[in-house]
Design a protein around this ligand. Structure first.
Ligand SMILES: *[C@@H]1O[C@H](CO)[C@@H](O)[C@H](O)[C@H]1NC(C)=O
Ligand SMILES: *[C@@H]1O[C@H](CO)[C@@H](O)[C@H](O)[C@H]1NC(C)=O
Ligand SMILES: *[C@@H]1O[C@H](CO)[C@@H](O)[C@H](O)[C@H]1NC(C)=O
Ligand SMILES: *[C@@H]1O[C@H](CO)[C@@H](O)[C@H](O)[C@H]1NC(C)=O
Ligand SMILES: *[C@@H]1O[C@H](CO)[C@@H](O)[C@H](O)[C@H]1NC(C)=O
Ligand SMILES: [Zn+2]
Length: 385
């Protein structure tokens, strides 16, 4: 197996960072759980994810250019209507539920800007629920980078501020993983296309950025499915491999829907700069740089997955200011989506996006990219309206 050489036994982090009480993606996580990345996170051949997204070049589909009126038509304008989801997605969910693969965990509830709360008597840290918001680490999720690695990622793009970030990274020959919000892609097609064309890795950060554990199964489906579909339709048929829950809010039910229906692996983080608060004047560029300095001069075990955002100029500037310290402190810097085995898309055969075979969804067998059962017309997946 490709992944067997990459099993990581990760140890507790030596320093704990106490985040100020705040809401947006801002849960500080204690680092007390040893964990191991799965040998194979992805779904076996024949898994329903094969059916969910139409194929690109090999079935003659030609996608409208990103940013054109044709491209922006037909997507939910806000929270997806869960009575209008593509039947292929709903059928795949129902099959996964019937097969006992989606835990029957009650939805949490929350007040704006507060952590979700489960019905009384339920322990969010129990093995049955394992809420990432409450710092429960499910071993199937990614929280840490390999020792010595700085895994680059940014959330909440694309935004106008992303252009500055991308130009800077380009000038420095580095790429990153962008956990993108579907509606932001619709609103910022230029920065989306810029990230993709510069070979950055595109990942899923939901359609409208909700607390996912508060949603019904169908609403989880819409939040993930439309974001995947829009990325797929905007990248010549690539199927993203990774998603990050907004606010880090996921549990065993949500992560199972992501994995079982869509083949998505959940990625959280192990450090948090609270840089998002620069956008609301609740933090400053200098303070974020100072926090980043602490991480970058700190222990190398485990490697760093820092929550950072491309929301506004300030969050981008903080990272740019801290950037020289990554190399200066000897970190191995790599786009987060490449820390597992170099592949950032489910249908990518190799480590670079040039190797993608857009016409073939590849799940679980890297060498079998010519499986004809996956090719051809896939009419069941076109019902995106
Ligand atoms: C990472 O570093 C920790 C602490 O030094 C060590 O226990 C662990 O074995 C290392 N992991 C790998 C995969 O080398
Ligand atoms: C996305 O692409 C598929 C073809 O793969 C197409 O059927 C569908 O209409 C597109 N969705 C939208 C909203 O354009
Ligand atoms: C980036 O790569 C190019 C071509 O390999 C090289 O000329 C340039 O010096 C590099 N720039 C940096 C900042 O590493
Ligand atoms: C895929 O092919 C490579 C080289 O051809 C081989 O080393 C590897 O074991 C194969 N992987 C699987 C899963 O068959
Ligand atoms: C590829 O997939 C086909 C059909 O699923 C299977 O029969 C074949 O053994 C696979 N080949 C490899 C190299 O795994
Ligand atoms: Zn976010």
């Amino acid at each position: 197996m490709l992944l067997s050489a990459l099993l990581l036994v990760l140890s507790p982090v030596l320093s704990a960072y106490a985040a100020p009480a705040a809401a947006h993606d801002s849960h500080d996580h204690e680092h007390t759980t040893a964990q191991r990345l799965p040998a194979a996170w992805y779904q076996p051949r024949g898994h329903p994810v094969h059916q969910l997204f139409s194929r690109a070049t090999t079935d003659g589909v030609s996608y409208p250019a990103v940013g054109t009126p044709e491209w922006s038509q037909g997507w939910p304008q806000g929270v997806p209507d869960n009575t209008k989801l593509p039947s292929a997605w709903v059928n795949a969910l129902n099959a996964a539920v019937a097969a006992g693969k989606i835990p029957n965990i009650p939805q949490s509830s929350n007040q704006p800007n507060q952590n979700p709360v489960y019905p009384q008597g339920l322990n969010p840290n129990s093995p049955e629920i394992c809420s990432a918001t409450y710092k429960c680490r499910n071993p199937e999720d990614i929280w840490d980078a390999p020792n010595g690695t700085y895994a680059t990622s940014f959330d909440d793009g694309p935004q106008p501020a992303s252009a500055t970030l991308l130009d800077f990274m380009s000038a420095n020959n580095v790429t990153g993983t962008h956990f993108m919000i579907g509606t932001n892609i619709l609103n910022n097609p230029d920065t989306f296309a810029k990230a993709f064309n510069l070979n950055h890795d595109i990942a899923v950060h939901t359609w409208t950025h909700p607390y996912m554990t508060t949603l019904s199964n169908l609403d989880v489906l819409g939040q993930l499915g439309y974001t995947m579909q829009l990325i797929h339709n905007s990248t010549g048929g690539r199927v993203p491999r990774f998603w990050r829950p907004p606010y880090g809010d996921s549990d065993n039910r949500v992560r199972a829907i992501a994995a079982e229906v869509f083949g998505l692996q959940t990625v959280v983080w192990n450090q948090d700069t609270n840089d998002w608060a620069i956008s609301t004047n609740g933090n400053t560029v200098d303070k974020v740089v100072s926090t980043l300095t602490g991480y970058l001069t700190g222990p190398k075990t485990p490697g760093l997955i820092i929550l950072e955002h491309e929301i506004v100029d300030g969050t981008v500037q903080a990272w740019i200011n801290a950037f020289p310290m990554i190399k200066a402190n000897g970190w191995n810097m790599i786009s987060l989506a490449k820390i597992v085995d170099g592949r950032s898309y489910q249908n990518a055969a190799g480590s670079s996006s040039d190797d993608v075979e857009p016409g073939d969804i590849l799940v679980g067998d890297e060498n079998n990219s010519t499986d004809t059962s996956d090719d051809g017309d896939d009419s069941s997946s076109n019902a995106t309206s």
